[in-house]
Design a protein around this ligand. Structure first.
Ligand code: G3P
Length: 434
């Protein structure tokens, strides 16, 4: 996916024609995205299919770096002629996009067109529908899963068909791995705020108060000390055991380490499923996210990104982008997207398509990601948090995690992070009131 830490450095942008307006009688749509690797290949192929399917609209898909990088570029050109027609923005950018005044809510197109959004996956609607209104078009939805090396499990005397389910089971399995192969670590957790948020939600914990910002503007953090610390303490135990692989914030290095047999388990977006399964010289298992054994598994929050219509473009151009957005929702396109990447089909009718059935038979791991989403218990915790300071909150948790990876004490790192997180919430509220 397009996350800040594991973003892929691919520079291929497909068609780089960036001129707005009509071209050869065609309406040109400029689409900024953050898909690297298999995501980029699959997206380019879908865009090509769309362009070939009709002769009125030409979509130019342009890779703009990670979600963070793309948003920074966008903020620099918003309101000018260089702004794209539409942009893919990560889920935690939702509130800042809405507050920016730079977008046209998708709901306006839905209403004008009488377009039916009821076919969307319920968890995805839960995340993106605010007071019954869609501001952006759901497109690439993911959640993290646990990837593991089945061959290494066998070698360590572990059952490759039964992945560890709890934090404690992950620790036990990690010890067995290191014992059977001193050159391999047991487990890696990229210092990535998104993963920390998901491990929190899986315990039923809120990230922000006021029901994760779903019923009112948050005023402070929503998790308890026990919930928040459990993740740090778990990692700390593995650091102390010598079973933890420290890749810091670098997701690319972590995946490379897994593929090279340096570590047996890691957490990462389902978006990486095809890249990981296809590139591993061993059998890859995919499993649900772990949780502390004294809690019950609650499930995951929708991650990934959605598509935003940029305000201030000629009407015909926005209308053309809307046609493309609708095309992306069709079962055929969503089926191709799911099997080519590991992202969900936002339109679950896609799972009935032949290409999905074949892919699931051949790579059953792909289906585990969908099962984890569909077995998620609906609550404010798993609906996910909304606030404009969330990207900043992620950075705070990443710094705290890295401190612990590098030998720091949990109590101090945790306390500092909570303080900074609450400060960020307060500052964001003040800034908006100005
Ligand atoms: O890498 P992705 O696209 O699965 O997205 C992960 C996070 O939700 C981004 O905020």
């Amino acid at each position: 996916g397009g996350n800040s830490a594991s973003g892929n450095s691919s520079q291929s942008t497909g068609n780089t024609n960036n001129e707005a307006g009509a071209k050869d009688g065609k309406q040109v749509v400029t689409f900024w995205h953050s898909m690297g690797g298999a995501g980029q290949e699959t997206l380019n192929s879908i865009v090509e299919d769309f362009n070939n399917s009709q002769d009125k609209i030409q979509v130019n898909a342009e890779y703009q770096g990670t979600y963070d990088e793309s948003l920074t570029k966008f903020n620099a050109v918003a309101g000018t002629d260089s702004a794209p027609t539409m942009i893919q923005t990560f889920e935690i950018g939702t509130m800042s996009m809405i507050n920016s005044g730079n977008i046209i809510p998708i709901q306006e197109f839905v209403d004008k067109d009488g377009y039916d959004m009821s076919g969307l996956e319920g968890n995805i609607t839960n995340y993106y529908s605010l007071d019954g209104k869609f501001y952006s078009m759901p497109f690439n939805s993911s959640t993290p899963v646990m990837y593991y090396n089945k061959d290494a499990f066998k070698k360590a005397g572990l059952d490759p068909e039964k992945a560890p389910e709890t934090f404690e089971e992950v620790e036990e399995a990690s010890k067995a791995i290191v014992k059977s192969n001193p050159n391999m670590k047991g487990f890696a957790l990229q210092a990535y705020g998104w993963l920390w948020e998901q491990l929190l939600a899986n315990q039923g914990a809120l990230l922000l108060n006021n029901d994760n910002g779903r019923t009112d503007t948050p005023t402070k953090i929503g998790w308890t000390e026990k919930e928040g610390k459990s993740i740090f303490e778990w990692v700390k135990r593995m650091v102390d055991d010598g079973t933890f692989a420290n890749y810091g914030t670098n997701g690319d290095n972590m995946v490379a380490g897994f593929l090279a047999g340096d570590v047996a388990m890691f957490l990462q977006s389902s978006a990486s499923a095809r890249d990981v399964i296809d590139n591993a010289p061993f059998e890859v298992g995919i499993a649900f996210l772990p949780y502390p054994e004294d809690q019950e598994r609650q499930g995951v929050v929708i991650g990934g990104a959605s598509l935003w219509m940029i305000d201030g473009k000629p009407k015909e151009e926005s209308k053309a982008a809307w046609e493309f957005m609708k095309y992306l929702q069709t079962p055929e396109v969503q089926a191709k997207w799911h099997v080519g990447t590991g992202y969900f089909a936002v339109n679950p009718a896609a799972y009935e398509e032949e290409v999905v059935k074949e892919a699931w038979a051949e790579k059953p791991q792909l289906q585990v990601t969908v099962q984890q989403l569909q077995s998620t218990k609906s609550s404010y915790a798993t609906q996910g948090a909304l606030m404009d300071m969330l990207p900043q909150g992620r950075k705070i948790m990443e710094t705290a995690l890295e401190t612990v990876y590098n030998g720091g004490e949990v109590d101090q790192a945790y306390k500092t992070a909570v303080q900074q997180f609450n400060d960020a919430i307060e500052q964001a509220n003040k800034a908006r009131k100005k």
